[in-house]
Ligand binder design. Structure first.
Ligand SMILES: [Zn+2]
Length: 235
């Protein structure tokens, strides 16, 4: 997240709240902070070796069957047993959707620029995302915990003006946004890399993912996150 334009998360300049929402309608229609009841915590280790599943009321695409090295084994076999998604659903920063096609994962960086602790998740969510009306689908805290802020099927505002390599724009519409908590002078922690790799694996098992890209890949003239990111660590 660097300089902000529209429908994206911005941490450097929190004075652009009005721009962030762009023309997207507000979606504060009942999904409270404590979450919709259709979501459940994912604990593959308790599911007898089956891939984690999330209850949603929307259909999803068949699991990827492409060349990925994880495609021939279940998600549970490839993920650390500690893999867990903690629901912390927010009521802003997305448009409700059902049955959208998800084929892209966008990785971002976020930090707390308004408080004393740059890694403070509450501040990032409540003092930066909320006032700007933006949110990623997931955020991975410094200690590697994965939090889900927006259900996969909803269109979260994280990417802004952007384009994937095949030319499609409005990347929010078909992507999942994942934030890594780090400052521009830091790199992701090993715990974050590990959790991110697991989360990507989990998403690839649920959706036919075509791209896993950084924000800087889809908005290169505006964005430089994820910062100090080593792509080889999530291969
Ligand atoms: Zn970003």
């Amino acid at each position: 997240m660097s300089h902000s334009t529209k429908n994206e998360i911005n941490l450097k300049d929190s004075n652009q709240a009005a721009e962030e929402k762009d023309s997207q309608p507000a979606a504060n229609d009942g999904t409270g902070e404590n979450g919709s009841t259709s979501e459940m915590t994912i604990e593959p280790s308790s599911k007898a070796g089956k891939p984690a599943e999330v209850a949603t009321n929307a259909s999803v695409e068949a699991p990827a069957s492409q060349s990925s090295s994880t495609s021939s084994v279940s998600a549970a076999d490839t993920m650390p047993s500690k893999f867990k998604i903690n629901d912390r659903l927010v009521s802003w920063g997305f448009t409700k959707s059902s049955g959208r096609s998800i084929d892209t994962i966008i990785i971002h960086s976020s930090y707390n620029a308004v408080g004393s602790d740059v890694h403070d998740l509450d501040d990032i969510i409540n003092k930066e995302y909320k006032p700007n009306g933006v949110s990623p689908h997931y955020i991975i805290s410094r200690d590697g915990k994965i939090y889900r802020l927006v259900a996969d099927q909803n269109i979260a505002y994280h990417a802004g003006v952007s384009k994937v390599p095949d030319g499609r724009k409005n990347v929010n519409d078909f992507s999942i946004g994942i934030e890594i908590v780090e400052t521009q002078s830091e790199s992701p922690s090993s715990a974050q890399y590990s959790s991110l790799k697991s989360l990507i694996s989990y998403l690839k098992d649920k959706y036919k993912i075509k791209y896993v890209l950084g924000h800087s890949d889809i908005a290169p003239d505006r964005k430089d996150d994820p910062w100090n990111f080593s792509w080889s660590k999530i291969k």
